[in-house]
Write a protein that binds this ligand. Structure first.
Ligand SMILES: *[C@@H]1O[C@H](CO)[C@@H](O)[C@H](O)[C@H]1NC(C)=O
Ligand SMILES: *[C@@H]1O[C@H](CO)[C@@H](O)[C@H](O)[C@H]1NC(C)=O
Ligand SMILES: *[C@@H]1O[C@H](CO)[C@@H](O)[C@H](O)[C@H]1NC(C)=O
Length: 473
């Protein structure tokens, strides 16, 4: 299987030029001009035919029947090689967003992804296959963020606008070393989710130091362009905001309180995404966010007569909902009691979640009544018990084996009344490159990173968690 990868993977056009050059050397002396003309004609025919051959060889792009198709990529996403000459001249933009290396099917018919790297792990797409046929090299993904001009850095500092009604929060702590790779990721997040998709972006930085020292830490560690959008908080700030109404343990276990406090203090937002520092994306944030919106819209259009889905979902999650196992370490007595029994608890993984104001206000109400739960339980459970809409956005998962870590879905009776139902009829994959531990996510990202200088290497879109370690952080 390892050997067959490069054969089926079409070599990029640039890689075909070296035999041409060699041939040319042999030919010139003997055959002269006539032979060269014939040769060039042959090359032209060969290259024109190539793209058809590639398309015919690869399987039709797989789609999952019960899930609506996401929007086709925008025209600006097309391969620059084929469109540059035909495009009308547009005034130069301050910021040129990154473009994928190519757009082509990324999967072999057995689900193996075609990375173009011979000695990498054989990665299988084990869940929903990538909706966008994009192929990204590490360099094409992050190049615009390596040393952007001052005007672009200013776009980051001045991203937030009174007209934006949605926000995205990047969660940070004083444990963040701010290596250059992390800075590139953070710039991508602000420029793509913020500048391109019109979200306000806030970095919420946690540290247990007095406020003046925390601000000093920011001056010393956080790159200048982000300081205007960075806010600091301590454990004590969160604890005192809760007013002793409900149990509070620590930030990690009650991470939702940071978002609740933020939303209570920022009334201009209807909706907020929270993104943990060890989440990464191959592909652009603006595309991911608009694909989520489009897909939710199509679920809402097809809701059942007994459903009442709001215009924006209340909780957007990137792992299917589950009922927690009975002896799960994180389940507390007050949580079970607060929701009327274990059968009413729901859980999901929360490295990235989208929260509506409606959900946040419900969570505040539970806290005020003395109810609080572990982070991964609280918001899915509040949403479930109040008929709010939880939208599970299925994204591609990759594994070194053919199957996912697990597959599960709730029965119709266990699903929230107003949750999109169609994707629950199959058992969506979970784990692998979006999991609570990193045995698959880390090598997936690291092999991509290490292949940055290989001109044949590119990876399909992926939302990945966790990426750990000093080097990437
Ligand atoms: C693959 O080979 C290249 C070149 O020898 C090397 O730099 C790279 O680290 C290798 N990658 C893996 C995943 O072994
Ligand atoms: C705590 O009290 C303050 C001041 O009365 C109030 O603004 C805030 O909403 C309360 N917090 C919670 C979580 O109820
Ligand atoms: C949720 O919907 C069910 C079914 O329509 C209804 O019985 C229940 O009272 C609703 N719960 C809330 C909190 O509105």
């Amino acid at each position: 299987m390892h050997m067959s990868l490069p054969e089926k993977f079409p070599l990029p056009v640039t890689a075909r030029r070296s035999p041409i050059r060699r041939l040319r050397n042999i030919v010139t002396a003997i055959a002269g001009t006539l032979f060269i003309l014939v040769f060039l004609l042959a090359v032209r025919i060969y290259r024109t035919g190539t793209s058809d051959v590639i398309v015919a060889d690869l399987p039709a792009f797989p789609t999952t029947p019960v899930i609506p198709k996401p929007p086709p990529p925008s025209p600006s996403q097309k391969n620059p090689e084929t469109t540059n000459e035909d495009e009308p001249l547009t005034p130069p933009a301050i910021f040129n967003p990154p473009k994928p290396n190519t757009e082509r099917p990324m999967l072999r018919d057995d689900g193996v992804i075609l990375t173009g790297v011979k000695n990498s792990t054989i990665w299988h797409s084990v869940g929903r296959h990538p909706a966008r046929k994009e192929c990204w090299s590490y360099i094409s993904r992050f190049e615009p963020y390596v040393s952007p001009p001052q005007e672009v850095l200013d776009l980051i500092s001045n991203n937030n606008k009174p007209t934006n009604n949605r926000a995205l929060i990047l969660r940070l702590s004083t444990g963040q070393p701010w290596k250059k790779e992390f800075t590139h990721h953070a710039r991508a997040l602000v420029l793509e989710a913020g500048h391109l998709a019109n979200y306000d972006v806030h970095f919420l930085l946690h540290g247990n130091k007095p406020p003046a020292e925390l601000r000093k830490w920011v001056q010393r560690h956080v790159p200048k362009e982000f300081r205007k959008i960075t806010q600091v908080f301590s454990t004590e700030d969160i604890k005192s905001w809760l007013n002793g109404t409900a149990a509070f343990k620590n930030i990690m276990e009650h991470n939702h309180l940071v978002i609740q406090k933020f939303m209570t203090e920022h009334k201009q937002y209807d909706f907020v995404y929270s993104v943990e520092s060890d989440l990464r994306q191959i592909g652009r944030w603006d595309n991911l966010l608009s694909d989520i919106d489009e897909e939710y819209k199509s679920h809402r259009e097809r809701q059942e007569p007994d459903q009442d889905m709001p215009e924006i979902p209340d909780l957007v999650t990137f792992e299917g909902l589950r009922r927690p196992v009975h002896d799960w370490l994180w389940i507390t007595y007050e949580c079970v009691e607060g929701f009327g029994g274990h059968k009413n608890l729901r859980t999901s993984l929360g490295p990235m979640w989208g929260w509506s104001r409606r959900l946040i206000e419900k969570m505040n109400e539970y806290n005020a009544k003395g109810v609080n739960c572990f982070y991964e339980l609280f918001s899915p459970t509040v949403a479930y018990n109040n008929n709010l809409t939880t939208f599970f956005y299925q994204h591609p998962l990759y594994c070194p084996r053919k199957s996912a870590s697990g597959r599960s879905s709730l029965t119709l009776e266990d699903l929230g009344k107003n949750d999109p139902r169609t994707m629950q009829y199959e058992k969506p994959a979970r784990g692998c490159t979006y999991f609570f531990v990193n045995p698959h996510s880390q090598p997936f990202w690291e092999e991509w990173y290490r292949a940055a200088k290989n001109p044949d290497a590119c990876w399909p879109p992926a939302l990945i968690h966790p990426i750990k370690g000093d080097f990437f952080n």
